[in-house]
Every structure is written in C-alpha cells, then in structure tokens.
Design a protein around this ligand. Sequence first.
Ligand code: FES
Ligand code: FES
Length: 165
Amino acid sequence: MPNEIRIFKLRFQLNGRQTETECEAQETLAELLRNRLNLTGTKVSCEVQVCGACTVLVDGLPVSSCTLLAYEARDRDVLTIEGLAKPDGTLHPIQQAFIDEFAFQCGFCTPGMILATKALLDENRKPTREEIVHFMDGNICRCTGYVPILRAIQRAAETLGQRRS
Ligand code: FES
Ligand code: FES
C-alpha cells in the first residue's frame, strides 16, 4: 500500500500577516517558506542545523528552519528576511549596515546573519565584540570573512541605539 501523504492546514503569523496554508507532516518550515510561499530569501545549505543559512525568527528567537517542522510554526509569529524592510522598501538598519560595511559577497549566508543579528540586538542593545561572536557562532559565512560582518553588527547596534535615544 503506498504511503499516505498527510496534509495539515496551518495558520500562523508571517511577516506581520495572518497566513493560512497547507503542509505535509514531514515538511520543514524552510520548505514551506520557499516552495509553497515563494519566500526564497530563506536559504538552505547544510540541512542539519549547522550553518545558519536558513535562520528565521520564531516568536523573536532565531531557529533553523531546515529542521523545524512546518506544523510547529502553527499559531507562532515567524519573521523572514522578506518581512524586515518597511513596506515602502526602506531597509532595516541591520540590512543597511551590512551593505555599508560590505559584509557579504555571494549573499547566501546574509539573510540568516541579518535575522540572527536582529535577535541579538533585540535582546542585547550594546553587545560587546565577544558577545557578538558568541551569539553568531551558529551562522557560517564561506566567503566574506567575519570582520566585515562584525563591523556591520556593531554599526547596526550604534544606529539603533542612536534612534532610541
Ligand atoms: S540549512 Fe539550516 S542550518 Fe544549514
Ligand atoms: S557572503 Fe557568501 S557565504 Fe557569506
């Protein structure tokens, strides 16, 4: 007898909007975002929760969407890179800082880096260099090197700090 494919209805908050869709029991959140919802800013590389390319925020915390089952996002609040800029296209200060500091080359790691940075700066407005390195150790970049990325995160923290004061 062929394996039965179980389809679930799924409702969750996605980039500020209530979203309803379907998913299979074994479908990951990364697959759901990329294949059903066309949000391809979320990248997939290792698929075993090592590289951080697939990082999205769930209820404000960074998670590897390659290993989170899509149905686990039910009733949660998910933020992907597509939801970070303002509706008029103005980039979030973290995105702008990555551009200003030349903190990417191919850009494959960048959505995950930026979302992890958001989680860090939401939790710790003035992280030290050591705290940044520690927090970001789940996000791997193969081409830029980490110095510009560190500078971008520090610049973003300064910009956000100035806006708050
Ligand atoms: S693709 Fe998910 S952690 Fe690497
Ligand atoms: S910019 Fe290419 S992997 Fe980071």
